[in-house]
Ligand binder design. Structure first.
Ligand SMILES: Nc1ncnc2c1ncn2[C@@H]1O[C@H](COP(=O)(O)OP(=O)(O)O)[C@@H](O)[C@H]1O
Ligand SMILES: O=C(O)C1=C[C@@H](OP(=O)(O)O)[C@@H](O)[C@H](O)C1
Ligand SMILES: [Mg+2]
Length: 175
């Protein structure tokens, strides 16, 4: 058993939103590893970061991703920092991975609407977001099967594009 699509990308790219819609469109189950971590930890992500520290969160996230990749056969959206783990990137090499990208201005705007992301809660969220994009872009690209820019594109239209690409690649025998 393995997911029909795994969604990666920075915070605010729309992994949770688009992944859920994609699952609905395909008629399959949706799972998000952030929800899995929260369930296992019994507390919100912000509390894991402040109470236990980021390394503890990353270790829990790595386990949650490995379990979900092995157990879930619908659409799986990952937390934005999952690709920081080399073990996770190695597991993703075997998977159909959709990388949703977002530009600095749009990503900062989307994540600025929520206080749920502790990494971006500092004094200069825009600078933090830029550093995060610079550091992670090669990692998202390393694991991506398809890359889609999300700036100015509605979630429903992104789902259309993902379904088109997956279908075209299947027809061409690449997936
Ligand atoms: N394509 C899009 N266009 C505009 N807003 C979006 C888009 N995708 C997501 N959003 C909004 O951005 C915010 C973050 O989306 P979310 O799905 O939680 O992203 P992620 O899981 O990648 O961090 C939400 O408020 C969501 O409604
Ligand atoms: O990029 C990151 O390091 C994080 C992204 C968040 O998920 P989303 O990408 O779904 O916002 C969540 O896992 C945590 O706050 C850390
Ligand atoms: Mg999310």
């Amino acid at each position: 058993m393995s997911p029909c699509a795994v969604v990666v990308g920075p915070p605010g790219a729309g992994k949770t939103t688009v992944g859920r819609l994609l699952a609905e469109r395909l008629g399959v189950a949706f799972r998000d590893t952030d929800d899995d971590v929260v369930r296992v930890a019994g507390k919100p992500i912000a509390e894991i970061f402040t109470g236990d520290g980021e390394p503890v969160f990353r270790a829990m996230e790595e386990r949650a991703v490995a379990a979900a990749l092995a157990e879930h056969d619908g659409v799986l959206s990952l937390g934005g920092g999952s690709v920081l783990s080399e073990r996770t990137r190695a597991l993703l090499a075997e998977q159909p991975v959709v990388f949703l990208s977002v530009g600095l201005a749009e990503g900062a705007r989307r994540t600025g609407l929520s206080t749920a992301r502790p990494l971006l809660a500092g004094v200069n969220p825009r600078a933090t977001f830029k550093a995060l994009l610079d550091a992670r872009l090669p990692l998202y690209r390393e694991v991506a099967t398809w890359e889609l820019a999300t700036d100015g594109v509605e979630p429903d239209a992104l789902v259309d594009r993902i379904v088109e690409r997956v279908t075209a690649d299947r027809a061409a025998g690449r997936e």
